[in-house]
Design a protein. Structure first.
Length: 449
């Protein structure tokens, strides 16, 4: 990306003070990442106002900065705007319009990042592809991603994450996807959305900025997404295991490392292997093959590319350390992703016992108690030998498990670590999972030492 500061001011309707000739090659929000050619976007957080760092970023060589407040003697060009976040989105929206490449937008309650990685692999088998870095899918992360598009890119795969009503409209308008994927409708962020119906209504707004008749690939096994119907504005295409799915998986042959299956589409049948455990990853692979097909990537190349998938750190990584099999799924948690992780533990062929160390799931609002109870009940049906609950709401996971002799509750990770170290033996398997704020990666680290 190369934009002059003057162009940026024009694109967002801001007021430029200082020279507009400097070229900006990247936007950023973390003052510690300052490098020459970068433009600083000061964000007002709950505890810190990014505006306080504007003098610092100029001293470190920043090319320019947005500002919502008057600055005295700024050491570089400043574009004054009412809202820095909105200005960033406006610039990204206009910048996106300069590209006619296919853009695959991915949303859903869980599985966005994994699906994004598989889709990017499949599409890059035929097209030079830019993808979202990590999970930069927010009101800030999405526009920063779009602004990474370069002239030689032939496609883009981007995540769109939302947690509040009205957010999808803003970032879908920026991304302008040509193809959309919706992984599922769970209860993540239900604290703010209130119902799963509201969550689906928000997620499906990703389709509002598709070209006329654009394809929306949806999880056909999801009880809500399966009810969506095509219209002249958008074509609904289902993927999954059900007979209603246009992209369907059959003849699954799974182990802890991955699943071989037959993909059925349009009267054709062809083999696929996804090197990641769990049926949910079969659906992710189906979405990847389908999306690659939609943008013209040869099917054989896309299928081959998916075999190179490697789970990202702390996302259902299966490790064999010190005689233990550790399932590290500590990046985050919701009832849906908890069930998926428990299914992997249940399918594991362990010589010893199967332990599930499950911490609180956050941002469930009024659904918190019920969500945790349901996870416990699911664990009881997955062949878990010993369940450990960690955190205030994890008491309900233990309650839902309904097996006092084979369950424990701890208030801290440290207590759970001490208990596990005293009880786990070679040949055992341990799943660790919880919301990011619960820091269950501490348990994986301790068991790995």
């Amino acid at each position: 990306m190369k934009l002059t500061v003057r162009e940026i001011a024009e694109l967002c309707g801001g007021t430029l003070v200082g020279s507009g000739d400097a070229e900006v090659t990247l936007f950023y929000t973390d003052s510690r990442q300052t490098k020459p050619g970068m433009m600083f976007v000061p964000i007002r957080g709950e505890n810190v106002d990014g505006h306080r760092f504007i003098p610092q970023v100029f001293s470190l060589g920043a090319a320019a900065a947005f500002s919502e407040v008057p600055l005295e003697n700024a050491a570089g060009p400043v574009v004054y705007v009412e809202d820095a976040r909105a200005a960033l989105q406006a610039v990204a929206e206009k910048y996106r319009e300069r590209f006619s490449v296919p853009v695959i937008g991915i949303t859903g309650s869980v599985g966005k990042t994994t699906t994004k990685e598989m889709v990017a692999l499949a599409v890059s088998a035929g097209l030079k592809t830019m993808k979202t870095a990590g999970n930069a899918n927010s009101q800030i992360g999405l526009p920063l991603t779009v602004l990474r598009l370069e002239k030689d890119d032939e496609a883009a795969v981007v995540e769109l994450g939302v947690s509040m009503p009205g957010e999808m409209e803003r970032i879908a308008k920026v991304a302008k996807p040509t193809v959309a994927i919706v992984t599922n409708i769970g209860v993540s962020h239900i604290e703010y959305m209130k119902t799963r119906g509201n969550i689906m209504a928000e997620k499906i707004k990703i389709a509002d900025h598709l070209p006329e008749g654009g394809k929306v690939f949806v999880n056909g096994d999801d009880d809500l997404l399966s009810t969506l119907e095509s219209s002249p504005a958008r074509e609904i295409v289902r993927f999954g295991f059900g007979e209603n799915c246009e992209w369907r998986a059959e003849e699954l042959d799974a182990d802890i490392h991955g699943t071989r299956f037959v993909c059925v589409h349009g009267g054709e049948r062809f083999p696929v292997y996804v090197p990641a455990a769990g049926e949910h990853n079969v659906r992710n692979a189906l979405a990847a093959v389908a999306a690659a097909d939609a943008v013209g990537v040869p099917r054989e190349a896309a299928v081959k590319a998916i075999t190179q998938y490697v789970p990202e750190a702390r996302r259902q990584q299966i490790k064999e350390i010190n005689g233990l099999t550790l399932i590290d799924d500590t990046y985050n948690a919701s009832p849906d992703s908890m069930r998926a992780a428990l299914n992997i533990l249940g399918a594991l062929r362990a010589e010893g016992k199967k332990y599930a160390a499950l911490a609180d799931m956050l941002e469930l609002g009024d659904h918190a108690k019920q969500g945790h109870l349901e996870v416990g009940a699911h664990a009881a049906n997955c062949g878990v030998d010993m369940l450990l609950g960690i955190g205030p709401n994890a008491k309900y996971i233990v309650e839902g498990f309904n097996d006092p002799e084979n369950s424990m509750w701890f208030s801290t990770n440290a207590e759970a670590i001490e208990w596990l170290k005293a009880h786990v033996q070679s040949g055992d398997a341990v799943l660790c999972k919880g919301s990011l704020g619960m820091k269950t990666n501490e348990i994986i680290k301790a068991l790995s030492e």
